[in-house]
Design a protein around this ligand. Structure first.
Ligand code: SF4
Length: 382
């Protein structure tokens, strides 16, 4: 039970100084003389956990009368996340909500999701989009960028402006350092590249990975418990994370080998890393998901499984004269659905929702009618 706020445990003095200055920055910014809400992007990974932790602590350190600005802690669920990551996020969200209620903090915990008509399964099985790869990565925008951006836009429209706190750090990777540099103009807040009315605040941008782990390993979260489950999750997954994504610039690791916390269905990576790590760590129940993902990757470029026409009715040939096939055939879409439903039965997990299955069937009927119309237009013998 949270009846008093314990001060943080001991940290290395140098890191303590750095963290103290971040705490001061957060406090300073929060107490600015306006009421624009804060949106904390929370992916469940180490960096965004640290930002949420520091924001929580900062709010607790203020007198109740000074906690005037709403803070939204926003996670995005692509609906095909690694099951263990989903479970971890749900646990932490519940702890945060309970603590925020107990402490009367102006925090709301929010999950955004893709538009029901733009989920992975509706596009893959319904519309027959070939599984994403490097040159046709149709998923990041629909499943990650749009849901979070929609929420940010709504809040910005309601309040005039929002401040988006991201756990990006310069030392994460060379690509990330490049995208961070685009926001470097010497001020604390920068305009978001794509979202009007959204300022970006990166409070932990200068911390190193070691700093983040040292802090999380030493200081217990203000919402109760410890960060041990998070640390264990990284050990099991064996690596990187998929951060909150609000633009293509934020998504360099989405669908790369450095991302182990991405979608379990990801065929952009050569080999699934996150689920393999979890299965090797003893979660054998997820092995069938890896088998399915590998099968999905293997059928992508099989010409017998692809329609000749694209969904807009065209036949596409590149400048070099290479024919580019269209979506998966109806037979393959049906086979994918059957396999997904089998996965559900054998894992006991919800893999696809009833609503998605209904949408898939509706799209099949529309596509079949369209295909028949094209055939009739082309005439006999075409
Ligand atoms: S993790 Fe893979 S499947 Fe998921 S959005 Fe990123 S690229 Fe697409």
């Amino acid at each position: 039970m949270l009846d008093s706020f314990a001060p943080p445990d001991a940290l290395d003095p140098d890191l303590d100084r750095v963290i103290s200055s971040i705490r001061a920055e957060l406090r300073n910014e929060y107490l600015e003389d306006h009421s624009f809400p804060w949106i904390v992007g929370f992916s469940g990974g180490k960096d965004s956990t640290l930002v949420a932790h520091l924001v929580f602590e900062m709010l607790l350190s203020l007198a109740p009368a000074d906690r005037r600005r709403p803070v939204h802690i926003v996670s995005n669920d692509t609906l095909v996340e690694s099951p263990l990551v989903v479970a971890h996020i749900a646990t932490v969200q519940a702890e945060m909500e309970a603590a925020a209620r107990a402490w009367r903090l102006p925090i709301s915990v929010v999950t955004t999701r893709p538009d029901p008509d733009a989920t992975f399964w509706v596009n893959l099985i319904g519309r027959g989009y070939p599984s994403p790869n490097r040159s046709f990565r149709w998923c990041t925008d629909r499943m990650k960028i749009q849901p979070t951006s929609r929420y940010i836009r709504q809040q910005a429209a309601a309040s005039g402006e929002v401040i988006l706190l991201l756990g990006v750090r310069r030392d994460e990777s060379a690509t990330r350092a490049g995208s961070v540099a685009r926001y470097d103009n010497g001020t604390r807040l920068n305009d978001h590249n794509d979202l009007k009315g959204c300022k970006v605040f990166r409070p932990i941008v200068e911390l190193t990975t070691d700093d983040v782990w040292e802090f999380l390993g030493t200081v217990s979260p203000p919402w109760g418990g410890t960060h041990r489950a998070l640390i264990q999750l990284y050990r099991d997954a064996g690596g990187g994370e998929c951060p909150v994504v609000t633009s293509q610039d934020d998504a360099p690791s989405c669908g790369t080998t450095s991302s182990r916390f991405g979608c379990w269905t990801c065929t952009v990576v050569e080999k699934d890393r996150s689920l393999t790590g979890f299965v090797e760590a003893g979660f054998a129940e997820f092995a069938p998901l890896i088998g399915f993902r590998d099968w999905l990757a293997s059928i992508r470029n099989d010409p017998n499984r692809r329609m000749a026409r694209r969904r807009d009715g065209r036949f596409l040939v590149t400048k070099e004269g290479v024919f580019v096939p269209g979506p998966f055939t109806f037979e393959t879409r049906r086979e994918i659905l059957e396999r997904v439903l089998e996965l559900q039965t054998c894992t006991g997990q919800t893999v696809i929702s009833d609503d998605e299955v209904a949408r898939v069937r509706r799209i099949w009927a529309e596509d079949a009618a369209q295909a028949a119309a094209w055939e009739a237009e082309a005439g006999p013998g075409s």
